[in-house]
Design a protein around this ligand. Structure first.
Ligand SMILES: Cc1cc2nc3c(=O)[nH]c(=O)nc-3n(C[C@H](O)[C@H](O)[C@H](O)COP(=O)(O)OP(=O)(O)OC[C@H]3O[C@@H](n4cnc5c(N)ncnc54)[C@H](O)[C@@H]3O)c2cc1C
Length: 424
């Protein structure tokens, strides 16, 4: 022990790696492009930082090599995250299994990490963007260059993040460093992000929030389903349920775009994914039939709009009345039965067509990255031994719920430990 470890990227994974390597006795330098460490951490969990989850399972993650991810999470799981943070003085609380600092301030998470880094004597170099990495075998050490500075270390950990929320510093430059070492890249796409829809009527329903069940349909098959909050915007759909589905939808769209480019498919072919929205998710088919029959007794003197009052949000009632070919002011008694049934149907199966998503600027994470096939069990590069990868730069992304930070802590810990052990 006692060799030098250089870490590129002072985010969640990089700070965890620095603390772990320093605790193992390595001389650690943490290099960060921003003027301070951990900027992204401050905006996590809407400023409260959902740093882990008591329910940790593989179904919460996407990766090309699940068995390695599973093994890593077994070596550093939720219990380890809890004892690590409690060990550096942070009180935690659980809300339905979602872990937060007890004071509900992300800044507290960053502060305890910074105090520990300082106390362990880690050298933190800020305002330094690394742009070059070299590992030729005939020269000693791994060399880093950037922002007019040069460094040489026995071991290097690349913890540069992906390219989600680039204003926080993770602008994709880590992928370029990985490329210099000969690594390939699983195409990177935004995830945990809002989705844009083809339908032009969204402006009329913007601002609506509802509990809904969303199903992703592709070539007639249901590929994923999610229940949770839906938010409607003037361009499409947002909310937790949409974020959870955004990985799969964006992956389908990017695959289709690649196929189109490869096969020069006819221009004009629509590239979109269907999402079916059920705004009455607690209503079984039988309950729904009963509800429709009961409401028939309300027909009386009401208008179409009055008849549907209270079924779902008023803005959506008005939209569905229009889509069914009815007028809100016409008398319900005179309205065509099949059009009334169509309004009901739309409440349970409103089909919208996703054409893309918001950009990396709005995404919480990146899907894709350096493939896990190109690293060893200790996340060391197979192309450039001595270099390790931690955090979002790797092809691992999680669902909302603290899973991405859990991966950052886990991979930071494992690489910090392995790099320190092998740095002599
Ligand atoms: C708005 C928002 C909310 C989120 N909320 C949650 C949440 O509540 N729970 C959860 O689990 N996850 C959440 N996430 C995701 C989570 O923050 C990330 O997955 C996690 O921070 C990734 O950690 P990382 O260390 O790999 O990368 P990052 O945190 O992105 O850190 C990478 C660091 O490397 C630096 N860097 C990059 N390139 C270089 C270079 N070439 N030279 C020097 N430095 C460099 C960057 O400046 C940055 O500081 C959220 C993300 C966002 C954007």
């Amino acid at each position: 022990m006692g060799g030098s470890v250089g870490i590129v990227g002072g985010g969640a994974a990089g700070m965890m790696a620095a603390i772990t390597a320093a605790r193992q006795g390595a001389d650690v330098t943490l290099i960060e492009g921003n003027d301070r460490l951990g900027r992204k951490l401050l905006s996590t969990g809407s400023g409260k930082c959902n740093l882990g989850n008591e329910k940790l399972g593989m179904e919460e993650y996407y990766t090309g090599r699940p068995e390695l991810l599973e093994d890593c999470l077994r070596r550093f799981g939720t219990a380890d995250t809890i004892s690590f943070f409690q060990g550096i003085g942070l009180r935690l609380k659980s809300r339905n299994g979602y872990l937060y600092p007890a004071c509900e301030q992300a800044a507290a998470v960053l502060d305890v990490l910074r105090y520990e880094i300082r106390e362990l004597g880690v050298i933190a170099v800020t305002d330094c963007k690394i742009t070059q990495i070299e590992t030729e075998r005939n020269r000693k050490g791994i060399r880093l260059k950037g922002s007019g500075r040069k460094f040489t270390f026995d071991r290097v950990i690349l913890a540069c993040g992906g390219q989600a929320a680039p204003k926080t510093g993770s602008d994709g430059s880590g992928y370029l460093l990985a490329g210099q070492l000969g690594h390939s890249l699983i195409p990177v796409i935004p995830a945990l992000v809002q989705l844009k829809c083809r339908e032009e009527y969204f402006k009329a329903v913007a601002g609506v929030r509802a509990d809904a069940e969303l199903s992703v349909y592709w070539q007639g098959n249901c590929l994923a389903r999610e229940r949770g909050e839906l938010q409607l915007t003037d361009y499409g759909i947002s909310g937790i349920a949409v974020f959870q589905l955004s990985h799969i939808v964006n992956r389908l769209l990017s695959k289709e775009r690649c196929m189109e480019a490869e096969h020069s498919l006819k221009a004009g072919k629509s590239m979109e994914v269907e999402v079916r929205i059920n705004l009455l998710p607690d209503c079984s088919s039988e309950d729904f039939e009963r509800l429709c029959a009961q409401r028939a007794s309300l027909k009386g003197m009401r208008t179409v709009e009055e008849f549907f009052t209270g079924m779902i949000h008023k803005k959506l009632v008005l939209l569905f009345i229009k889509l069914a070919g009815l007028r809100p002011t016409e008398e319900i008694c005179k309205a065509e039965e099949k059009k009334i049934r169509q309004v009901y149907r739309l409440c349970r199966q409103w089909s919208v067509h996703v054409t893309g998503s918001n950009s990396f600027d709005n995404a919480q994470v990146c899907a894709g990255g350096v493939p896990l096939d190109e690293v060893t069990d200790s996340l060391e590069s197979k192309k450039a031994p001595g270099v390790y990868f931690a955090g979002e730069i790797l092809d691992v992304d999680g669902r909302c719920g603290g899973y991405n930070l859990q991966w950052a802590w886990c991979s930071g810990y494992l690489t910090g430990r392995a790099a320190a052990e092998n740095s002599n």
